[in-house]
Design a protein around this ligand. Structure first.
Ligand code: ADP
Length: 480
């Protein structure tokens, strides 16, 4: 089976978050299932630089204001199609933000171009199915439905319902879609053009990245204005947990770590803790528990709760290392905490893969206090690197971490700590509990062993995706 994945990020070529990790890892996980995935990406500078030997597959003389080409190439074991459109994608900054921090003003057209090209390629290059990821690929499914040519079954995956890609109705006439597409039974969302809405409406099947989030998004509290639509499509909504690329994320072979270790030989981990303390300006002391926070500095991720709960952490004699970037006010608060508590709180503002590995491989525990979390990869990385995660009981966090309460500890099943979401008090209580377990020594070592022994790979989930794709293709051949 030939699958066309459409996405705007793909590790290690371009990444701003977990979407990239998933898009980069799924093709390798699907290959043993007999599914050959090709990934269509925008031609950002970092993507074009990774495919020097690529060949031209198609010329597109006019694509939303300029000429474009589709290149075919391979990089890091991935089969890629790359939309080379310099007027849309050859820019500095992140995929979505200009260097100053504001959104590119033509983001709607940039990702409409990705979608239109994706639909064209799906139909004309003989793909059996399409997998569209998040709002950036949402319009592909409208183009696929309304364009001429053969039908190709599609799956739309929600990585985060909070990012909806909503644009003014004045955009619609420029998209080249028939008027009937701008309707509630189409891509219209409260009078706007909704890219995510388009994906949810036109997809044959919908998945999100954990079973708990799949249930949460059907409720008014978790549905972010789309729960009605999602409930209407409930029969085709599924939750399939994300995995980690366990070759890429392997503490035994991770070249970015100062010192490599394994579940059988965790000893060398201590050197990473020392290196982390040094790097973050923390007191170099092996006898204090060291907590880490890694993630976008945004309301969703709850770094403000960490700062609010900081007294509990400091009273317990622990240290905190923060790595992240995002909202200016939160960045400033994280920096201020480091200034206020020298040697005890360290802050690194930025997006840095090497520093991230040092935190996972050196910290004693990783804090993931998200207010909502579709799946979360941070806690999976933390499990794999032996830093038991302390997580809020929401979305994928609830599905992937087993709380080390007394029974779980006795039964040897705990892998981290779980607390009620959205509360600094509950987070503080969980941190106190973690500090006490850490100081006891043996229970924490058991927790660490259990965490590292968790199967966080794609194996099971790849099987579920493969079954879904086979189902879609079978249904299509029956319909046809
Ligand atoms: P998101 O909602 O941001 O996608 P996830 O938990 O799904 O959150 O994925 C986050 C991914 O990005 C993880 O691989 C995490 O290690 C990485 N990450 C987040 N912030 C940073 C950062 N500042 N530097 C390096 N890696 C980061």
């Amino acid at each position: 089976m030939r699958l066309l994945a459409i996405a705007s990020e793909c590790f290690p070529l371009v990444k701003t978050g977990g979407l990239a990790d998933v898009v980069g890892a799924l093709p390798g996980a699907l290959a043993p299932e007999g599914i050959a995935a090709t990934t269509l990406l925008p031609g950002y500078p970092s993507v074009l630089a990774a495919i020097p030997g690529a060949v031209k597959l198609r010329a597109l003389p006019e694509l939303f204001g300029g000429p474009a080409r589709v290149l075919a190439g391979t990089a890091h074991g991935l089969d890629l199609l790359v939309l080379e459109a310099p007027h849309l994608f050859d820019r500095p900054g992140t995929p979505y933000l200009a260097p100053g921090g504001g959104e590119w003003e033509d983001n709607a057209l940039r990702f409409a171009a990705l979608g239109a090209t994706g639909a064209l390629l799906a139909r004309e290059e003989g793909f059996d199915a399409v997998h569209a990821h998040d709002w950036q690929a949402g319009l592909a499914l409208a183009y696929l439905r309304h364009g001429a040519g053969r039908r190709v079954p599609s799956l739309f995956t929600i990585h985060n319902l909070a990012f909806q890609g909503q644009y003014p109705a004045t955009l619609f006439p420029r998209l080249g879609l028939p008027p009937e597409a701008f309707a509630m039974a189409g891509l219209e969302h409260y009078g706007h053009v909704g890219f995510l809405k388009s994906g949810l409406w036109y997809a044959d099947r919908i998945t999100t990245v954990s079973p708990t989030y799949a249930a949460e998004i059907l409720t008014p509290e978790g549905g972010m204005g789309l729960d009605g639509l999602l409930r209407g499509r409930g029969a085709v909504v599924d939750g399939i947990l994300n995995g980690l690329d366990t070759l890429e994320w392997d503490p035994e072979s991770d070249a970015r770590l100062p010192s490599r270790f394994s579940v059988a030989d965790p000893g060398p981990r201590a050197a990473n803790k020392a290196a982390l303390q040094h790097r973050m300006g923390l007191a170099e002391d092996a006898a204090v528990p060291l907590f880490a926070f890694i993630g976008r500095l945004a309301w969703q991720k709850g770094v403000d709760l960490v700062l609010e709960a900081l007294p509990a952490l400091l009273e317990g004699g622990a240290q905190l290392a923060i790595l992240g970037s995002g909202e200016a006010a939160l960045e400033a608060r994280c920096r201020a905490a480091a200034v206020e508590h020298p040697g005890r709180v360290g802050t690194f503002i930025g997006f840095d893969e090497t520093v991230a590995r040092l935190l996972y491989g050196g910290a004693d525990a990783v804090l993931v206090p998200s207010r909502f979390e579709p799946c979360g990869l941070t806690q999976l990385c933390a499990l794999r690197y032996g830093a038991p995660p302390i997580v809020a009981r929401v979305g994928g966090l609830a599905d992937t971490v087993i709380d080390a309460n007394e029974m779980a500890l006795a039964a040897g099943t705990g892998t981290g700590l779980v607390f009620a979401p959205g509360s600094a008090q509950m987070l503080a209580a969980a941190m106190r509990r973690a500090i006490a377990l850490w100081r006891q020594g043996e229970p924490w070592r058991r927790l660490q062993t259990n965490a590292m022994a968790c199967d966080v790979s794609w194996r099971r989930s790849a099987g579920r995706y493969a079954a879904l794709f086979r189902d879609m293709v079978r249904a299509e051949s029956i319909d046809a």
